[in-house]
Design a binder for this molecule. Structure first.
Ligand SMILES: O=C(CO)[C@H](O)[C@H](O)COP(=O)(O)O
Length: 229
């Protein structure tokens, strides 16, 4: 079975966790898109919920499926957010997110969620963050070079993300993303604090202590992981 099929399996499983009357956070990326698709189906079958999307792309998809959207003006808390991730650390469920470029909105929604459920295929599980993927950091476009130098003082190599045409990738929030290569991250909480204290950093793709559950699908079936398990 392909990684995409495993992503779909994890997404379908997690979409069943949404209950009538919930405020739901909708993630971004290919796995989250399967969740939105499944929730569109459940909406048509009569499930009542409202959703807050984490990107313009997810907003468009949800609206196209007739899902009712809401805002933090109307709801202070999100009951359940379902989102993807680029790496999930076994045990802690600390994450690297943002290869899809939506990390700022994703973190705002995650921070207001009672439960953050991550959906992924099993290639995303790692023993230590930074083993497989770069760490995205969203920064203001003004002075990004100075911000990148400060990140490099922490031991990472920071490169601005570019589109295929060579132009800088610009996030939904109008910022740039620096993709940072760190040696394997042994203390995610500390690195997260150090990165966030740099002037010019808007948000980092390290999500520490935020995920409550991970639904991970692979050749051995679907696993429902919780912190510590
Ligand atoms: O953080 C993200 C977007 O900012 C995505 O959740 C992450 O990149 C995973 O994407 P995919 O489900 O396509 O593998």
């Amino acid at each position: 079975m392909s990684a995409s099929e495993y992503k779909r399996q994890a997404a379908e499983f997690a979409a069943e966790m949404v209950e009538d009357g919930m405020v739901v956070g909708l993630g971004t990326g290919s796995t989250a898109a399967f969740v939105v698709e499944a929730l569109g189906r459940r909406h048509k079958e009569g499930l009542r919920f409202v959703a807050i999307p984490t990107s313009v792309a997810t907003e468009k998809q949800a609206l196209g499926l007739g899902i009712h959207l809401t805002t933090f003006g109307e709801h202070a808390r999100v009951n359940l957010t379902i989102d993807g991730a680029d790496e999930i650390q076994r045990g802690t469920l600390n994450l690297i997110k943002g290869l899809g470029g939506a990390l700022l909105r994703e973190k705002i929604v995650a921070a207001s969620s009672d439960r953050l459920v991550i959906v992924a295929d099993d290639t995303k599980l790692v023993d230590h963050l930074g083993m497989k993927t770069l760490l995205p950091v969203e920064v203001t476009s003004f002075g990004w070079e100075a911000t990148a130098r400060q990140i490099e003082r922490l031991g990472g190599q920071a490169s601005p993300r570019r589109n295929r045409d060579g132009a800088f990738f610009v996030s939904d929030g109008g910022n740039l993303i620096l993709d940072c290569r760190f040696p394997v991250i042994s203390d995610a909480k500390r690195l997260e604090q150090e990165i966030r204290s740099i002037v010019g950093v808007v948000e980092s793709g390290l999500f520490v202590g935020m995920a409550t559950d991970a639904i991970v699908a692979g050749g051995e079936g679907i696993a429902h992981l919780t912190v510590g398990a």
